[in-house]
Design a binder for this molecule. Structure first.
Ligand code: CIZ
Length: 335
């Protein structure tokens, strides 16, 4: 919990505290911010990216303390990749991921026992708990991200494997559609967990239709966590890194309606003033979990480090981390 002392501090004063602590801690500390974080957090970060990119940066840096401004599974992934050698800190311990919470290990293991699992390989989206990643590691499985899910599934289907895919049903279906699987092939080859991202679920086909009717030149660019009906009407689909890159490389004057978290879309719009950019939906799709991390939280954990106190360390149990790393390594061999 954030102490009252920090709750009373203004945003501006908190930023000053962070900058001051950063100066004092020097190379000992490295701040990572996910693309879905608020602007004021992105501005004080040493690196910004998607969860896998940030975990790799965390592994490459020499800093002992990694402040991961994101959600719980991201800090876990950084700890797993770092093999516990660095101290990974989540500024707001309550910043979770509802999609990751939809696949609890007990349920996952029970379902795995219930299906005829000898032909199946488990693949979990990086948005999952460490124990679910470890389950995949233990059962010859893989981790995937929104930028490599197609490569992982293609590799497995090519080798005549069926896939137990979790936790994001939409990512599973959208990837299978991208690979050209028919409905009956999807049914045969994929066992899909019924999880979803509540933010990306808010995007609707009517929003696409309304925008296209008003101006057919608008490009619809969606994240693969959106419902398959929305993805089917999109012009482009890809991860956060793909979305940023696609708009950046687009011609001046082009028009884009983007379906992903609002902080990122607003930032893309600001960085591309020569293009017309809007969020696909009108009710704002904001991840309240990503939004939890405030400058006050970051100031609190950093000033605590100055007093040799580690607050909100995310540490994955050793064997769980070892097994999860197996699934990550398998993913990296393919993509
Ligand atoms: O892996 C990530 O960071 C997430 C959650 C999405 C993405 O597309 O980058």
């Amino acid at each position: 919990m954030l102490p009252n002392k920090y709750k009373a501090v203004t945003h501006e004063a908190s930023i000053n505290k962070i900058l001051d602590a950063k100066k004092k801690l020097g190379k000992k500390v490295f701040i990572l911010a996910h693309h879905y974080q608020r602007d004021e957090i992105v501005e004080i970060a040493d690196a910004v990216g998607d969860s896998l990119k940030l975990s790799k940066i965390a592994a490459a840096t020499k800093s002992k303390y990694i402040i991961f401004c994101g959600v719980h599974f991201m800090a876990e992934t950084a700890d797993i990749i770092n093999k516990g050698k660095k101290v990974v800190i989540l500024p707001d311990i309550n910043a979770g991921c509802p999609m990751a919470d939809m696949a609890e290990i007990e349920q996952v293991e029970k379902t795995w026992m219930q299906i005829d699992n000898k032909d199946f390989i488990p693949v979990t989206y990086i948005n999952s708990k460490a124990q679910v990643k470890a389950f995949c590691g233990k059962n010859n499985g893989y981790i995937c991200t929104s930028s490599n899910a197609d490569k992982i599934l293609h590799h497995l289907f090519k080798n005549n494997k069926k896939v137990f895919f979790l936790p994001d049903k939409n990512l599973g279906i959208n990837t299978a559609n991208k690979l050209g699987l028919s409905k009956s092939e999807i049914k045969k080859k994929l066992f899909l967990w019924d999880g979803y991202c509540p933010v990306h679920m808010l995007f609707k086909t009517e929003q696409v239709e309304k925008i296209k009717q008003a101006d057919p030149e608008v490009n619809i660019l969606v994240h693969p966590e959106v419902p398959p009906q929305v993805a089917a009407k999109a012009d482009f689909m890809g991860s956060t890194e793909y979305i940023i890159d696609t708009v950046q490389k687009a011609k001046k004057g082009t028009k884009w309606a983007i379906a992903t978290e609002v902080h990122l879309v607003a930032r893309i719009a600001r960085k591309n003033p020569d293009k017309h950019i809007q969020l696909l939906s009108s009710p704002v799709c904001m991840c309240s979990m990503m939004d939890r991390t405030s400058p006050q939280h970051v100031a609190y954990v950093m000033e605590s480090l100055l007093q040799n106190k580690i607050i909100n360390r995310i540490k994955v149990e050793k064997n769980t981390a070892r097994l999860a790393n197996l699934a990550i390594k398998r993913m990296l061999q393919i993509s």
